[in-house]
Design a protein around this ligand. Structure first.
Ligand SMILES: CC(C)(COP(=O)(O)OP(=O)(O)OC[C@H]1O[C@@H](n2cnc3c(N)ncnc32)[C@H](O)[C@@H]1OP(=O)(O)O)[C@@H](O)C(=O)NCCC(=O)NCCS
Length: 155
């Protein structure tokens, strides 16, 4: 049975190690940024019965009313079991409970690049209620156009 709990200092290494195995999704530059972010940002981890990290999500606030999912990953062998959905639903509940956060955004690779792994990621976000906002062709770099999704969390 998978459980979701806050990301603690001891989870940093297992979380980044997990992401390193997802070679279709994260390159070296991304993994370096992730390693920095996971140390300073808040997040949640999904753990199995043995308290092994099988997924994680990190986030930051740009304003008190708006937060961004910065990284999310689920171990390959544990994907398509609802863990990513649970991580985001738990994060949404947590953000709603702070009484201030009303918008959650996430950026991912845009469909202007044909690449099936990220087509699946976009379907995942869309299925859990994220709405496409805009594509920023050079926000990261010209080879990696960024698509912004947003979700309204409350009134
Ligand atoms: C995107 C990601 C975090 C989603 O996590 P996940 O745990 O696989 O997501 P879920 O299981 O909640 O939903 C994904 C799929 O499982 C299916 N599913 C959900 N709950 C399920 C369940 N209980 N049983 C079987 N299938 C289920 C969904 O229909 C969905 O189908 P898909 O195969 O078309 O994607 C994960 O796939 C991942 O780590 N991807 C690589 C990294 C990545 O893209 N990160 C985001 C960068 S922007």
């Amino acid at each position: 049975m998978t459980q979701i709990r806050p990301l603690g200092a001891a989870d940093i290494r297992p979380a980044t190690d997990l992401a390193t195995t997802l070679t279709e999704y994260f390159n070296e530059e991304g993994l370096s940024q992730m390693a920095r972010d996971v140390r300073v940002q808040r997040g949640l981890v999904a753990v199995d019965d043995g308290d092994q990290v099988v997924g994680f999500v990190t986030y930051k606030h740009h304003y008190p009313v708006s937060a961004e999912i910065t990284w999310i990953a689920v171990a390959g062998s544990c994907q398509s079991q609802g863990i990513g959905t649970s991580l985001i639903r738990t994060l949404e509940d947590h953000l709603r409970q702070d009484g201030q956060t009303r918008i959650l955004q996430v950026k991912t690779l845009a469909e202007t690049v044909e690449y099936e792994p990220y087509a699946r990621t976009r379907r995942f976000y869309e299925r859990i209620g994220f709405l496409p906002l805009e594509v920023f062709p050079t926000l990261w770099n010209a080879d990696n156009p960024a698509k912004v999704y947003v979700k309204f969390l409350g009134p």
